[in-house]
Design a protein around this ligand. Structure first.
Ligand SMILES: Cc1ncc(COP(=O)(O)O)c(C=O)c1O
Length: 462
C-alpha cells in the first residue's frame, strides 16, 4: 500500500500526544535499545533496569543475540501456526522443558501470552476439572488482599487491589479475600513465632464460611510482588495452606507470573516451601520479555480427569501455543540453565538484600524484604509507628522519578498498608547482574531516597 503524505507523516511522526500512556501527566523518554542490565534512551541516557523491565520480566537481560537469532530463524520458518489443527515443534519442546523443571506430578502445560491470561485460564481449568468431577457448585475463588493476579476481569476478581476495585469493582464477579502473610504489618496484630499462623488459618475459616462445596480454588503469589513489594510468606505458610486445601477439597493455584523460572533463586517460588500446587500460572521470566509468553502448568490429576471425561478445554486465545514465542521460551530457559543463572539469581539476590538492608539507615526506609532477585523496600513516615505517608504526597512516585533521573528504573507501588495507604518499590534486575552492578543499583537508590527525604515538607519528617 502506498501511504499518502498525511498518513505517512502520522506513521513516521513523533507526536506523543497521539499515544495513550497509562500515566497522563508524565513525559516519557523514548527507549532505543537494551544491552545486558542496561537500557538506553534516544537521548543517549543509560539506565539500570532495576525492576526487570516494567515489573519482574527481563530474566536473561536485554539484547541477547542468541535469542534474537533464534527468533529470526523461527519467524522465517513458521511464526504463527493454526493451533486448532496443528501442533508445532517449539510448542511441544517447550512444554517438555517445563515438565522437566516443574514440581513433581505437574507434567502438563498450556501455553498462552501473558500473566493475566495465565491466571484467568488457570481458574478456568480448575472450574472445568471440578465440573467434570460433578462438583458443579464450586465456583468461588479465594484470594488475598494486596494480591495481584492480573488485569482482566476474572483475574481482577481474584486480586485484592483496592484502587482498581474502586473503578471496576461493580463489573467483577464474586470472590473472597483473606489477609496476606505480611509480618511487617500483621493483620492480626501478632508477631511471627507466636502467631499460630492465623493468616494461613484464615483460609480454613473463609472456606467454611463460604461452604467448601462452593469454593473452587485458593490463589496466591509465593512472594507477593506488585502490590506488597516482594513479601515472601513465612516457611510454614504454604505447607499449611496446602494441608487446608487438601482437607477442604479446594484447589491451590500458585500465581508464579513473577516468581517462576528462577527469579527467586529456585525454578518456581513454591519450591522454597517444598509444596506442590494443583495449578501454576506463570509468565514474564519464561520469555524474559522477548515475546509475550505464559503457561498454565497442571497437576496430572487434572489432566487425567479432563481426558477421562473427554473434556476439551473451553478457554484459550488466538496466540496460544505460538511457535515464535515458544521458541523464545526454549532459548531463554536454555540460557538460564546453561549459564546457571538461577544460582546467580540466588547469590546476587543475597547481595542485593544485604545492600538494601544498609538503606534502613534512611529515616523513611521501614522494611526491606525479598527472595532471590525479587526485593522490595517499604517506606514509612515514622519508623516507630510505621505510619505511612499521605496518599496524596505520592512518595513512591517521587522516589521513582528521583531514581529514574539518576539512571535507575524501579517499580513503585502504593496501597502497601491496606490497599489505600503505603508506598514501596520493587527491585528485580536481570539474573545476569554482577556484584559491581548490584552495588551501583543500591548506591543510586540510596541517593534517590536521600533526595526525596531532603525534599520532604517539615510536617512529614519523622
Ligand atoms: C503475580 C502476577 N500475576 C499476574 C500478573 C498479570 O500479568 P500480565 O500483566 O502479563 O497480564 C502480574 C503482572 O504483574 C503479576 O505480577
Amino acid at each position: 500500500m502506498e501511504l499518502d503524505g498525511t498518513m505517512k507523516q502520522a506513521v513516521v511522526g513523533w507526536d506523543l500526544s497521539r499515544v495513550v500512556f497509562r500515566d497522563l501527566e508524565r513525559d516519557y523518554p523514548v527507549v532505543e535499545r537494551g544491552e545486558g542490565i542496561y537500557l538506553y534512551d534516544t537521548k543517549g541516557r543509560k539506565y539500570i533496569d532495576g525492576s526487570g523491565g516494567s515489573s519482574v520480566v527481563t530474566s536473561i537481560g536485554h539484547g541477547n543475540k542468541r535469542v534474537a537469532g533464534a527468533m529470526a530463524e523461527q519467524a522465517g520458518t513458521i511464526a504463527f501456526s493454526p493451533a486448532h489443527c496443528f501442533a508445532n515443534k517449539p510448542h511441544i519442546e517447550l512444554c517438555n522443558m517445563i515438565a522437566a523443571i516443574a514440581p513433581p506430578g505437574m507434567q502438563h502445560s498450556f501455553l498462552l501470552s501473558g500473566g493475566s491470561e495465565a491466571t484467568e485460564n488457570a481458574m478456568k481449568f480448575a472450574r472445568q476439572y471440578e465440573y467434570e468431577r460433578n462438583n458443579r457448585g464450586k465456583f468461588t475463588i479465594i484470594g488475598r488482599w494486596q494480591g495481584f493476579h492480573g488485569n482482566t476481569f476474572g483475574s481482577m476478581t481474584a486480586s485484592g487491589i483496592t484502587y482498581r476495585r474502586r473503578y471496576y469493582g461493580p463489573m467483577m464477579g464474586h470472590a473472597v479475600k483473606i489477609p496476606p502473610c505480611y509480618c511487617y504489618r500483621c493483620d492480626f496484630g501478632l508477631t511471627y513465632g507466636q502467631c499460630n499462623l492465623e493468616c494461613a488459618r484464615a483460609l480454613r475459616k473463609a472456606i467454611r464460611q463460604e461452604g467448601s462445596e462452593n469454593v473452587l480454588a485458593f490463589i496466591a503469589e509465593p512472594v507477593v510482588g506488585a502490590a506488597l513489594g516482594a513479601v515472601p510468606a513465612v516457611p510454614e505458610y504454604f505447607p499449611l495452606i496446602r494441608a487446608i486445601c487438601d482437607e477442604q477439597d479446594v484447589l491451590f493455584i500458585a500465581d508464579e507470573v513473577m516468581t517462576g523460572f528462577g527469579r527467586t533463586g529456585a525454578n518456581f517460588g513454591v519450591d522454597h516451601w517444598r509444596v506442590v500446587p494443583d495449578i501454576i500460572a506463570t509468565a514474564k521470566g519464561i520469555s524474559g520479555g522477548y515475546t509475550p509468553l505464559a503457561a498454565v502448568i497442571l497437576r496430572d490429576k487434572i489432566m487425567d480427569v479432563l481426558r477421562e471425561k473427554h473434556s476439551n478445554f473451553r478457554g484459550g486465545h488466538t496466540y496460544c501455543a505460538n511457535p515464535l514465542s515458544a521458541r523464545v521460551g526454549i532459548e531463554v530457559l536454555s540460557i538460564i540453565h546453561e549459564q546457571k543463572l538461577i544460582d546467580n539469581s540466588r547469590r546476587m539476590g543475597e547481595r542485593l538484600l544485604g545492600g538494601l538492608r544498609t538503606l534502613l539507615e534512611h529515616p523513611t526506609v521501614g522494611d526491606v524484604r525479598g527472595k532471590g532477585l525479587m526485593a522490595g523496600v517499604e517506606f514509612v513516615r515514622n519508623k516507630q509507628t510505621k505510619a505511612p505517608f499521605p496518599v496524596e504526597y505520592k512518595f513512591g512516585k517521587r522516589l521513582f522519578e528521583e531514581a529514574f533521573a539518576r539512571g535507575l528504573v524501579v517499580f513503585a507501588g502504593s496501597g502497601t498498608v491496606d490497599g489505600v495507604e503505603g508506598d514501596h518499590i520493587l527491585l528485580a534486575p536481570p539474573f545476569i547482574i554482577n556484584e559491581t552492578q548490584v552495588d551501583d543499583l543500591v548506591r543510586i537508590l540510596s541517593e534517590a531516597i536521600g533526595a526525596v527525604e531532603r525534599g520532604l515538607p517539615s510536617d512529614l519528617r519523622g
